[in-house]
Design a protein around this ligand. Structure first.
Ligand code: COA
Length: 372
């Protein structure tokens, strides 16, 4: 495929697939492109994003959000921010390895208001305050031991009999039983996917998350996603332990794999309303600060996707949307727009790998899988 051309894929419903690059695709009302190769030219980045925008505003069923993800050189990143491109997120790669140059950059634009109300501002302040306050972290392994004592255990061996329970937990993200069954059948033979769940004393899955590799050239990037705990089991550390062990699996298969040996960029998009950023911080993830020439990047994907997380609706009303798209929205998204969530983005920095994910620590965690 030529550098300037991207195939366009239209997808109907939720599937686990963040890994493709160089395809402009439809994802839950978003037009989405991940560029597979390091971007060395600011004009190239601008061109690509304008293609994504154009595609999102196509006449037949336009999308509401245009997103371009790319690994950019430091110069391109700086230019994109300083020139006022819609840079929502910058994850500098030197945080995962001091010798690395460049950043993962996410450009994102909505055709509707993003931070519209006081409620949004409050959410933003709470998350900012949390990340600007020092806390002493409990070692995640202690959380695993505490969870075991409560009768829960770690698992990664799933069968299709688990589909109903896991679909219930992932339903807020748009999964159904058939989708989860297909995932369970495929993930074990898919080197680009990982899953980690927590089971209760009846062996029923009560929490789970997954990870997927994104195929950027020269960068091992793994996105952790679908963090979910059944409402009856929240607040016991289940998601923290599921994520911690998931990352341990990823570290074994990437950094500690003799065939590879590169420090992976392990990242996550955290639902700010459900506060899954707290879970990320428990396992050593960090929301990095990035600014250039006094312009600060918020690290927030604004109204990224809808999550039916049981939290109050956002303040977007149909009437707030541009008149010409209201009918399309009503038809395409029903009531989803009231659940469009803001996501703060984090990564696993080198310091946390040093503290919590050394080979012996990772092995200790992995030895806890599927024993009661
Ligand atoms: C987010 C979610 C996965 C957390 O699962 P969980 O098993 O309860 O998570 P844990 O118990 O491991 O940790 C939750 C932490 O968040 C904290 N937390 C939860 N809500 C919070 C809030 N509103 N403000 C601050 N902290 C909050 C808890 O206190 C806990 O921290 P602590 O152990 O230091 O007390 C769960 O709430 C969920 O499934 N939500 C709906 C789906 C969703 O939106 N997922 C996020 C997608 S990115």
């Amino acid at each position: 495929m030529g550098n300037l051309e991207c195939a366009v894929l239209h997808e109907g419903h939720k599937v686990a697939s963040n890994g493709r690059t160089d395809f402009i695709e439809d994802r839950q009302g978003r037009t989405y492109l991940s560029l597979g190769q390091m971007v060395h030219s600011w004009a190239f980045l601008r061109l690509k994003h304008s293609m994504v925008q154009d595609e999102s505003q196509r006449e037949q069923s336009p999308n509401r959000r245009a997103v371009t993800r790319a690994i950019c050189t430091d110069d391109v990143t700086q230019m994109a921010v300083e020139k006022g491109m819609p840079v929502e997120v910058v994850l500098p790669l030197n945080l995962i390895d001091g010798n690395r140059q460049g950043s993962l950059v996410v450009l994102g634009e909505n055709i509707h208001d993003s931070f519209a109300s006081e409620t949004d501002q409050l959410e933003l302040e709470q998350v900012n305050d949390y990340w600007n306050t020092e806390i002493s972290l409990t070692n995640p392994y202690e959380r695993l031991e505490a969870l075991n004592k409560q009768g829960y255990h770690l698992s990664k061996n799933l069968t299709t009999n688990d589909a109903v329970a896991l679909a219930e937990i992932w339903e807020p993200f748009g999964w159904d039983k058939a989708g989860v069954e297909a995932f369970i059948r495929s993930y074990e033979n898919d080197p680009d996917k990982w899953v980690s769940v927590i089971r209760d004393d009846q062996n029923k899955i009560i929490s789970g998350c997954m990870a997927e590799r994104v195929h950027f050239k020269g960068l091992e990037m793994v996105e952790t996603t679908e963090f979910g705990t059944h409402p009856d089991h929240r607040g016991h550390g289940a998601c923290t332990v599921a994520l911690y062990s998931l990352i341990s699996q990823v570290m074994t298969d990437t950094q500690y794999n003799p065939a590879n040996g590169n420090t992976p960029l392990i990242m996550a998009e955290f639902n700010m309303t459900a506060r899954s950023d707290v879970v990320g911080r428990h396992v050593g993830m960090e929301v990095p600060k990035y600014s250039t020439n006094n312009v600060r990047v918020g690290q927030i994907l604004q109204r990224n996707v809808s999550v039916f997380d049981g939290k109050p609706e956002n303040t977007i009303r149909l009437e707030d949307l541009p008149e010409e798209v209201r009918e399309t929205y009503r038809a395409s998204y029903g009531n989803d727009y009231s659940k469009w969530r803001n996501f703060v983005v984090g990564l696993l920095p080198e310091t946390s790998i040093d503290n919590y994910y050394q080979p012996d620590q990772v092995q200790k965690v992995l030895s806890q899988y599927d024993i009661k």
